[in-house]
Design a binder for this molecule. Structure first.
Ligand code: ADP
Ligand code: ZN
Ligand code: ZN
Length: 717
């Protein structure tokens, strides 16, 4: 399988050395490449197998550095063990992307490079791989057919014209149901038709949303380019499926790649267009390893490879909103992106009427205000569907003893264990620790212990009880309540099955977490209710109001999506109910008018004043240790060392004192973090890069330190 002789101890002294990226430990330093001897010249990007210690691992030949490669004193070079033949070298734009991501997110180049490749490339024997490649190569390219034409709305037509004519990047700001997806499809069609080798990448925030979009993209493009022209890439796929999709993108056989954040690292033969749907979604930020933001990398990649980038959202991130501000007299430059507006919904009536319920005016302990319950009952009786949204955060039921105040604390974390009725267990949502529900209070023996707080499970039960005598017409059957959340959808295919039941009209009230608020196209839902969303208003995270507004707008967007249905039902306008203790809060005032721009302007004013993103750049350093003092002492010492060494950028970087994380202890490990903030991204980057070495040097001085990590542009503070 390889023309290169295997590793041998006596490599001729003149054999040239090649830099190779291999998966090295997380903090071994950016740019750390290993040197291997190769008699044959191998172009950068070539996939190779190399000896590393006693193992043989996958590596990528990298570009020759400016300084000639050398080996540590007296070490003999080891030879490259083999080449993965039949796979074209990874292109220079892919290598630049990996280099940028490693540098920007402060990780080792080899780690980022190898994590970006499908895991199976590491494990397959060369002959297995050769078989895969032969199979992949046999898919016949389809002859282009005609694309059916769509009559676009005036707003769509304007957006399309601008995208066709300008370079972007674009922020497509369109209400839910305004036809953003149709615009994406048009742009994909345009890009693919313009160049027979062009490829498009479509990113979605969650695996759950891929099947719906995949069906639409497939219906549109499979007749034109063949079924094999569309592939998906996400973490729910088996290793062979992932390798197959990856190869298809790499060879150019796939014209469209639809995937979650990891797909931003796919290798493309010729990438011409990138769409980032729901660009505001926090799922685009990777939360372990290299903590990259797929939207930000998509923008970088688009600029680098000359691909158009379209970000789409009904509630854009404040970063993208600010970056797309129109030019004004005071600000003649405006933002770097082009903002495109599509406020009107297609085929749907107006956006739902927002009704705020003041919980201060309701009977005590009522989970549903009487007026809301009456509204739900009426809708259900007419055969319409309702969606009840519960923002579960900080709201999960905890077991509690009224006699002594005992609560079901997790023994390993500074968090409560949550009561799961289905299997009568207590589970910690942070470390996973599970135990049986005790028969009596472990502290005082009181047998009368009960859950406090309310999760989706309780809400579902409670609502089913309240609606038990309601008859759904014209079917004449009893009302049905169902729940969709992380617990009910754990099994493969469970979510699809449950969604199908909703679509088939077998469910009248759907109770769920934010999982159901996103993207799903429910035709018969006419009422959406958020029963207790206030928690987010007083969170320590400055992005919490932005997230809450987006979630509620999105949930509201599930109501009244089909104007024909609403009209046929008698035309009662769709509604979004919000129960709150703070009906005068600016978040709700803006929500009532569906006024994202007003809300965004108010939030941006606050952020500008406070010097927070997007007017400043942040990074977090986190330390985990056996004791909280150890974690904090490490961070303090590292900050002191940075000041003493007068690191570059320091004068523009503010280092805050270390603090414990909100959930301070997980699985017996104490966690602390230090926030860094700077008005200059370049200064922060220079500082972080220089600081790495000091952090490494500091580490061995702190006994009991488990690990430390860096999060650049953190999405949760
Ligand atoms: P969004 O992505 O903004 O939520 P979609 O693209 O899904 O909106 O459009 C909402 C609905 O309207 C979909 O059912 C879609 O098929 C339909 N639609 C979009 N554009 C048009 C159009 N120009 N003519 C007719 N129907 C359209
Ligand atoms: Zn725990
Ligand atoms: Zn007790």
């Amino acid at each position: 399988t390889s023309a290169i002789p295997p590793f041998s101890a006596d490599i001729p002294p003149a054999t040239p050395l090649l830099p190779v990226a291999v998966a090295t430990p997380a903090h071994s330093g950016v740019g750390a490449l290993l040197s291997y001897a190769s008699a044959a010249p191998l172009p950068p990007g070539t996939l190779v197998r190399v000896p590393l210690g006693a193992r043989e691992v996958l590596g990528v030949v990298w570009d020759a550095p400016e300084q000639p490669l050398t080996l540590p004193d007296g070490r003999a070079p080891r030879a490259i063990a083999g080449v993965l033949e039949g796979i074209a070298p990874l292109g220079s734009s892919w290598r630049r992307l990996v280099e940028f991501a490693a540098r920007y997110y402060q990780r080792a180049l080899g780690e980022v490079a190898l994590a970006a490749l499908p895991p199976q490339l590491r494990d397959l024997r060369p002959e297995q791989l050769a078989r895969r490649l032969r199979r992949a190569a046999t898919a016949p390219p389809a002859a282009p057919g005609a694309i059916e034409s769509v009559a676009y709305s005036p707003e769509q037509a304007r957006a399309i014209a601008e995208i066709d004519q300008e370079n972007g990047p674009f922020l497509l700001f369109g209400s839910t149901g305004s036809g953003k997806t149709e615009v994406y499809l048009h742009c994909i069609a345009r890009a693919l038709a313009a160049d027979p080798t062009a490829q498009a990448l479509v990113l979605v925030p969650e695996i759950n949303l891929t099947p719906q979009l995949e069906a639409r993209v497939r219906a549109r493009f499979a007749p034109v380019y063949g079924d094999a022209a569309l592939v998906t890439l996400h973490s729910g796929m088996t290793p062979p499926q992932r390798l197959k999709s990856w190869l298809a993108a790499h060879t150019g056989a796939a014209r469209i790649v639809l995937g979650t954040r990891m797909a931003v690292f796919a290798s493309f033969a010729r990438l011409a267009l990138i769409v980032v749907d729901e660009e505001h979604d926090a799922s685009y930020k990777q939360q372990e390893g290299a903590r990259y933001h797929a939207r930000d990398l998509a923008l970088w990649r688009g600029r680098e490879e000359g691909a158009k980038v379209i970000l789409g959202s009904a509630t854009p991130s404040l970063e993208s909103w600010h970056a797309s501000r129109p030019a004004t007299a005071d600000d003649p430059q405006g933002g770097r992106y082009r903002r495109l507006y599509m406020p009107s919904r297609i085929g749907a009536g107006a956006l739902p009427r927002v009704r705020l319920v003041d919980l201060g005016q309701q009977p005590p302990k009522a989970v549903f205000a009487p007026a809301l319950l009456a509204a739900i009952t009426e809708r259900v009786q007419r055969g319409e569907q309702c969606l009840v949204l519960l923002n579960r955060r900080g709201f999960a039921p905890v077991l509690h003893c009224h006699a002594c105040g005992w609560k079901s604390d997790c023994p390993h974390c500074s968090a409560h264990q949550v009561f799961h009725k289905a299997d009568r267990s207590l589970r910690c949502h942070h470390c996973g620790y599970a135990s049986r529900v005790p028969r009596a209070c472990p502290s005082c023996g009181n047998p009368d212990i009960a859950p406090i707080g309310r999760g989706t499970e309780q809400l579902e039960e409670h609502l089913a009880r309240l609606l038990r005598n309601v008859i759904v017409e014209p079917a004449g059957r009893a009302a049905r309540v169902a729940r969709i959340d992380a617990d009910t959808t754990r099994a493969k295919g469970a979510l699809e099955e449950q969604l199908a039941q909703v679509h088939a009209g077998e469910v009248d009230v759907l109770v769920g977490t934010q999982m159901v608020a996103k993207g799903h196209d429910f035709r018969r839902i006419t009422l959406v209710a958020a029963v207790q969303p206030d928690g987010a208003l007083f969170s320590s995270d400055f992005r919490a109001p932005e997230r809450l507004f987006a979630l509620l707008m999105q949930a509201g967007g599930r109501a009244g999506r089909d104007a024909h249905y609403v009209a046929a039902q008698g035309g009662e306008p769709p509604e979004m109910w919000v129960q709150t203790w703070h009906p005068d809060h600016p978040v709700y005032a803006a929500l009532r008018r569906h006024d994202w721009p007003a809300f965004a302007a108010q939030q941006l004013d606050e952020r500008r004043e406070a010097g927070m993103p997007p007017f400043a750049y942040q990074a977090l350093v986190r330390a985990d240790a056996r004791a909280q003092e150890t974690a904090q002492a490490f961070l303090t010492a590292a900050a002191d060392a940075a000041r003493a060494a007068q690191l570059p950028g320091l004068e523009l970087v503010h280092l805050f004192p270390p603090v414990p994380l909100a959930v301070q202890r997980v699985a017996g490990v104490e966690r602390a973090q230090m926030l860094l903030e700077s008005p200059s991204r370049a200064a922060l980057q220079a500082f972080l890069a220089a600081w790495q070495a000091l952090l490494h040097a500091e580490r061995p001085r702190h006994k009991g330190l488990v690990r430390w990590l860096m999060d650049v542009d953190p999405q949760a503070i």
